[in-house]
Write a protein of this length. Sequence first.
Length: 344
Amino acid sequence: MTLSEFLASVEQLAADAPAQIAATATLDEWTAVRTALVGRQAGRITDLMTGLAALPKEAKREAGQRVNAVKATIEAALDARQAALEAAAQGASTPLDRSMPGRAHWRGAVHPVSQVIDEVVEIFRELGFTIALGPEAEGAWYNFGALNFPADHPAMDMHDTLYLGADQVLRTHTSPVQVRTLQQYPPPVRILAPGNVYRRDFFDPSHAPMFAQVEGLVVDEGVTFADLKATLSHFARRFFGAETTTRFRPSFFPFTEPSAEMDVRCGVCRGAGCGVCKQSGWIEILGAGMVHPAVLEAAGLDSETYTGWAFGMGPARTALSRHGIPDIRILYDSDVRVLDQFVS
Ligand code: DAH
């Protein structure tokens, strides 16, 4: 082959290639054209390279430069076509549908335990109660002594209480807020104290080392157990529904005398007995009682002049029975896939 013949076939390729590349409509077609043009085994560039070797020595330089230039142009055109075909293929698999509704964004929700607290607070607010808060790291005297716990009461044992120091604990209940409030404000007092409390318990279906409580306290002249019963029954009907019946059982707490526990008829089985109420037909909601005179005196009040009543409830327990959840860990693990189901 002469140099001019060789160059003629190079120019032929340079003229053919752009149209061939542009004509590919799919990535498969593109691959076939690429193989035909620049494939190592049988591509036209490879053929030309083979022909180049047979040219006279003095022609090789010019011929070689021209082949390399054409090869570079073809490769650039192939790359551009490939990018265009890939973009088109992607667009075709996810076409823009302008009629599609927008994606809903997860905005978060109020935790089921907080939902209970919010509702309890709302009901007592209607009755003229205000919110009082106290520290979670609490003096042992406020947590126990002022609340009339005898010096050897088992609740004060290191096995049950998390001590921060000799005289400081993580509060085991919200009842110390009673004492702090009475020290600070003269009666009449009507407060609700929601907050977290701590016990030296391991997680099991009905225990958690930290959980929420809501404390209530009323102190004034002439307050009686009838006030306690009427107010808490009203609360139960507002919270669980107008049909709800309540029952008060005698109980014991060091800081109340007399003491009681209030049950409500199980809303799941309506008293017939089911798994949620452990076949009893009743669900325990709270502990309550008339504030012990020793507590009033510890807070600096004259227990001859003033009387009061108090209650304490566990909103997590209430949330569990409300939703028929069998294990408190389901609430306190805070798995969003669970909590997502209680959007109010
Ligand atoms: N402090 C008690 C507890 O943690 C709950 C309680 C019971 C609070 C009776 C009260 C009450 O105010 O009157 O178990």
